[in-house]
Structure formats: C-alpha cells, structure tokens
Design a protein around this ligand. Structure first.
Ligand code: UD1
Ligand code: MG
Length: 458
C-alpha cells in the first residue's frame, strides 16, 4: 500500500472537505440545523480517516500493529488495528459536534448572541427567555455516550496489543456501559416491557423487569461488541457487517422523522440522537472499508469490532430501541449460539476459526477442527445429526468415530452450503444475508408487531 495519497485522491478528499466546511459554516442560523451539520461532519470524518489510514499505516506496522493475511498465497504482513484510527477520528468529530444539537438552546438561553451579561427586566424574566431550560439531560446523554465509547476503545487497543484472554475481556463492555445506564436511569428509567397479547392474561399489559432491565442492557453491550469480533476473519466482513447494521438503523431512524412521521412525535428526539451518533460512524467506516475490502491493505483489529459494537449498544440504549437493535443483529446472534460449543470449550476451539485458503484453487474452504481425543458419545451423536441436517460437515473414521468437523461459525456454514468461494464473493454473500435478515427484522418489527402487540410505536 502506498503511504502517499495519489493526486486524484488528494483532490477528491480536499474538495469533499471544503464542501463540508462550507456546509458547516452555513449551519449557524435558525435552529442550527444539527442534522445537516452531522452529515457534513461525517464527510469530514471520512476524509480524515481515509488520509490518516494511509499516512499512519507504516507507523502502525513499525510499532508492531501488524498481522498476516492468512488467506493469501504469500500471506503478506499488513497494518492492523486501523479501527483505532477510525475510533479516534470519530470521537474527536462527535466531541466537536456537541454544540450543534444545542445551538438553539444556547442561543435561546443566553441573550440571543451568546453574551450572558445582558440584564433582563423582572417582567421579562417571569414570562420570557430565562425560563427556557437548557436540556442538561440531553447533554448528559451525549457525554455519557462519549465516555462509554472511549472506555471500550481503550479495551480494544489493549486487546490488539496484548491479546487479552476471552474470559478476562468479556465483562469490560458491561463496565464501559455504566455511564449510559446511569443516564438511562435518571433520564428515562423505563424498565417495563410491553407484553405480547397472548401472554397478557398471565403477565398483564406491561411487565416490570426492574433492575434486571439494567442487567439486560449491560448484556446488550457485551453481546454487540463480542459478536462482531467473532464474525470475522474474511477481508471486509467486520466493517461490512457494521456498515449494513448502521445503514439499517439509519433507515429505521428515518421512519421516525418527517416526512414519514409528523414532527412532535415522542420518539423523534431519540432517533435524531441516534443519527448524530451513526452518521459519523458511517463516514469513518466507509473509509476503512475501502482499505479493508478484498484484497485487504489493512486490518481493522479488535479495536474496530469493540468500537462498532459499542456504538450500536450506546445508540440502541440511549435511543430506546435496544430490542429493534437485537433484531438487526440476528445473524450475529445465531453465530454466537452456533459458536457456543467452541466458545465454552465443549468442543476444542483453535486459535483461528477463519476459513481455510486453498492455495491451489485460490478459493476459501471450510476450516476444520480435528479431535485428537474421541468425543463423548452424546456429543458425537449431536454432531452426526447436525451433519445430516447440513448444519455442519464432519468426517468419521472406519470405526464410525467423529475425527473432525468444520469450525462452528456461520462463515464456515456458508461455505458448507455454497463453497468453495473466492474471498470477496464469500464476504458479499454474507453481507447480502445480513441485509436480508435486517430488512426482514425491520418489517416484522413494524408490520407484524401488530399481531403480537396491540400497537406499533411509529
Ligand atoms: C476472532 C475469532 C477467530 C478468528 C479471528 C479472525 C473466535 C472465538 N475468534 O479471534 O476464530 O480467526 O477473529 O479475525 O471466533 N485475519 C485474516 N484475514 C482477515 C482478518 C483477519 O487473515 O480478513 C487474521 C490476521 O492474521 C489477523 C488476525 O486474523 O492478524 C486477527 O485476529 P484477532 O482479531 O486477533 O482474532 P480474535 O478476535 O481473537
Ligand atoms: Mg478480532
């Protein structure tokens, strides 16, 4: 990868950045147009990330952040942990963005131009502007989101540096989510779930989960971060799936904004908040994907997986749509359940479960885990059953003992069904599957919801 940007790249990035700065300069009027500003900031985020990935790649390699691309003939060494570049650009962008959503409050709460020392007449105070309350709770949401994201990025960088054990790092996202949970508690505090109609005779219309709701939300953050990290190992798949999820959430958010929903809708503000967090995320991720797509010139590292997962968790929790979020992460959920036997060491788990590259054909095939010791009888029977259902591929010896099986990931399962495939075809297939599942999930969420609940909140 050339560390220098080409001429066309420099020109394109510069013109994009100038256009974005121009748009930003024009947002200081009316209500401050935070949504337009957010789009402009996302363009800037894209440009910065794109350039920084190129400039910093060699430095990252020198510092030891590098990995071998195992699915290529010569296994070239390329920079890893580029997710850290994304995360840092992202954090700076949303920090700089903070004044925009509050522009109208700042202007209204001060004397119009921002100079607080204008003296108000008593009469004016009683009826007028000073009674305008600055939305501290909204600001708290923002700041807590930034805090949670920062903590999880630290974890990611630590993991990329030291390869922290799975059991040690699994709880860290839960700690990182404490700031957003506190804001949720103080600000929103709803721990009740709407009960599906067929359960209502037993549980009533609303069921209060109480403190368990907070446990549930902490688990959402553990799930989002780790489930993206284990659906990995093919060029472009980590960033690709995150982008698909992000676009689907943006689509869902758009349904709550005008012209789809007339303005003062109770959920509009939280979906706007979600957009402010997601648009810059899309900006940095597209820049990363352009370098990580097959044949990859950089790896994203665990930092990106944790960062992306936490963006979704923060967004879903503070935007009050954590259940919809889970619908969009169904493939990840399935992959997690399917992986469970290996994650919990019921079946041996090799260091890498990514598909196997066949150097002769140049295609990806299922990777195999060999069983040195014979498996316990019930486990072997279950594997044979899964094999017959085409949910796995096993090999048996002449005595009928299971000697090996494909690794338990949906990437390998995809190859059991459709393989062998070239690496980019594999990634595209999985991303199309993710998109299909997500759209179906949203359809169920908004249309079929009426069958199990009495109303959709749109
Ligand atoms: C997770 C998976 C592991 C998978 C790995 C691949 C579990 C429990 N862990 O581990 O099975 O093999 O991700 O990311 O499911 N790499 C490639 N091509 C790619 C992406 C990564 O060859 O497109 C290789 C590179 O050598 C890279 C390494 O994977 O250096 C990164 O692995 P790492 O993210 O450290 O693995 P884990 O997240 O621990
Ligand atoms: Mg990883």
């Amino acid at each position: 990868m050339a560390a220098k940007l080409g001429r066309t790249e420099v020109l394109s990035l510069l013109s994009l950045s100038c256009a974005c700065v121009g748009v930003l300069a024009n947002t200081f009027q009316g209500d401050g147009e935070p949504l337009i500003a957010s789009v402009a900031f996302s363009g800037l985020a894209f440009s910065f990330t794109y350039a920084l990935i190129r400039w910093l790649g060699p430095a990252f390699k020198r510092a030891g952040f590098k990995g071998k691309d195992l699915s290529k003939l010569r296994q070239p060494e390329i920079p890893e942990t580029m997710g850290a570049v994304c995360a840092i650009v992202y954090l700076f962008i949303i920090i700089v963005f903070v004044p925009w959503p509050f522009y109208k409050d700042i202007v209204a709460a001060t004397s119009g131009g921002g100079n607080r020392d204008v003296v108000f007449e008593l009469q004016q105070v009683e009826t007028g502007r000073l009674l305008h309350k600055f939305p501290h709770s909204k600001l708290a949401s923002y700041l807590s989101a930034i805090l949670s994201l920062q903590s999880v990025v630290l974890l990611g960088i630590g993991d990329d540096l030291f390869d922290i054990r799975w059991r040690h790092k699994v709880l860290i996202p839960a700690f990182a989510s404490i700031p957003i949970l506190i804001v949720y508690f103080v600000d929103f505090g709803v721990t009740k779930m709407v009960v599906p109609t067929f359960l209502r005779p037993y549980l009533g219309e609303l069921f209060d989960l109480g403190w368990l709701y907070y446990v549930y939300m902490a688990m959402v953050s553990i799930f989002c971060t780790n489930s993206i990290n284990i659906l990995a190992g093919v060029n472009g798949i980590e960033v690709g799936q995150s982008l698909v999820i992000a676009f689907l959430i943006v689509f869902n958010d758009a349904l709550y904004l005008s012209p789809f929903t007339p303005y003062p809708h109770p959920a509009t503000d939280s979906h706007l908040f979600s957009l402010y967090l997601l648009l810059p995320f899309i900006g940095v991720s597209v820049a990363l994907l352009m370098h990580n797509w097959f044949p990859a010139k950089v790896f994203v590292g665990d930092t990106y997986c944790y960062f992306a997962g936490m963006v979704f968790a923060v967004d879903g929790i503070l935007g009050h749509f954590s259940k919809t979020l889970i619908l969009l992460l169904l493939p990840q959920g399935f992959n997690f359940l399917y992986s469970a036997p290996q994650l919990f060491h019921i079946i041996p788990c090799p260091r890498h479960r990514l598909p196997h590259f066949n150097p002769r054909t140049g295609l990806m095939e299922c990777s195999i885990v060999e069983f040195k010791k014979p498996l316990a009888r019930p486990i072997a029977e279950v594997l044979k059953l899964l094999h017959r259902l085409r949910l796995l591929r096993i090999e048996t010896n002449e005595k009928g003992e299971v000697v090996s099986s494909t690794n338990f990931t949906i990437i390998n399962l995809w190859l059991v069904w459709f393989g062998p495939l070239r690496e980019d075809r594999l990634a595209m297939g999985l991303l199309a599957f993710q998109t299909g599942c997500g759209l179906a999930g949203l359809f169920v969420r908004h249309r079929m919801a009426l069958w199990v609940f009495t109303q959709d909140n749109l």
